[in-house]
Design a protein around this ligand. Structure first.
Ligand SMILES: [Zn+2]
Ligand SMILES: [Zn+2]
Length: 295
């Protein structure tokens, strides 16, 4: 991280995302009052009112610009909040739990028909987001994505590597709550990845663990953003197949978008780390202990 730079650093800084809006934003298809701008809803956490009108807290709809369509697969969006919030961590813990409940509800529904489901969130232009109102995407795929297949093969090849890492995270532990652990893996797939997984081995999530995940996630993401210095972020969830092997240990990976991939990574598939996972974890614990201090 201390390398000299004399070309423009492409990493955006903190506070590139706007603060939460006071009310619905004109032109945003995910704000209350603009429900007609999306396809009809598939699910909503709703206080009042009929479908496709205001009165919801979390709302799931088919993606208007899908990467895959029925009958081959599905592509949905979960609008994480009825509030126009750009940074996931600007949701309160209960709001984040409601959002994650929505991810779980729709993942379960899509898993009935799809070979694989994949849940992911892109935040900020650097991370691939095209709309700023916080939302999560789900795809149901008729195939095994290469990275999920490789990860599953690693689980099937011997004792669970996540259980082994979780047994002694030592100074790589970041936070723990409601049976979930956030930690920096000893060998992360990319620099600055934080993992969250249940301490007890489980191939798939349940509603309670999904809601606990939401509660834990915002603080962890905010800490990572403050440590790395960017509010662009991605996260994704690796879940076992509904009819798949018990050897898989479900987990979430979150990553603030630090720098860009270069020749060695893209051409050779060799990834160097620019920060030691234990050093990164210590900085994350500090940021969690004093939220806002690093921003
Ligand atoms: Zn909005
Ligand atoms: Zn395990």
């Amino acid at each position: 991280m201390d390398r000299p730079h004399d070309v423009a650093d492409p990493t955006p800084r903190l506070a590139t995302l706007p603060p939460p809006a006071a009310g619905p934003v004109a032109g945003c298809p995910f704000c209350p009052g603009s429900e007609h701008e999306t396809p009809p809803e598939r699910w909503a956490l709703r206080d009042h009112g009929p479908a496709d009108g205001p009165g919801w807290r979390v709302r799931a709809v088919p993606n208007r610009y899908p990467v895959i369509t029925p009958p081959e697969g599905a592509h949905e969006v979960v609008v994480n909040s009825d509030r126009h919030v750009a940074a996931f961590w600007d949701l309160g813990p209960e709001e984040a739990a409601w959002a994650a409940r929505g991810w779980w509800e729709r993942e379960h529904a899509l898993a009935r028909d799809a070979r694989r489901t994949f849940v992911f969130l892109n935040q900020g232009a650097q991370a691939g987001a095209s709309l700023e109102h916080t939302h999560t995407q789900l795809v149901g795929l008729p195939l095994d994505p290469p990275r999920l297949a490789a990860r599953e093969a690693a689980f099937l090849g011997g004792p669970c590597p996540l259980c082994a890492d979780l047994a002694a995270p030592g100074d790589r532990l970041v936070a723990e709550a409601d049976g979930l652990v956030a930690w920096c893996p000893e060998v992360p797939p990319l620099t600055a990845v934080v993992r969250i997984a249940p301490r007890a081995h489980a191939p798939r999530w349940d509603r309670a663990s999904a809601e606990a995940l939401g509660r834990l996630l915002g603080g962890v993401m905010r800490a990572a953003a403050e440590v790395v210095g960017t509010d662009a972020a991605n996260l994704w969830i690796h879940l076992g197949r509904a009819d798949g092997p018990d050897a898989v240990h479900w987990h979430l990976e979150a990553i603030p978008r630090i720098g860009t991939l270069a020749g060695l990574e893209l051409g050779a598939g060799v990834y160097g780390l620019v920060v030691d996972p234990a050093v990164y974890a210590a900085r994350l614990r500090n940021a969690l202990a004093s939220p806002g201090a690093g921003g």
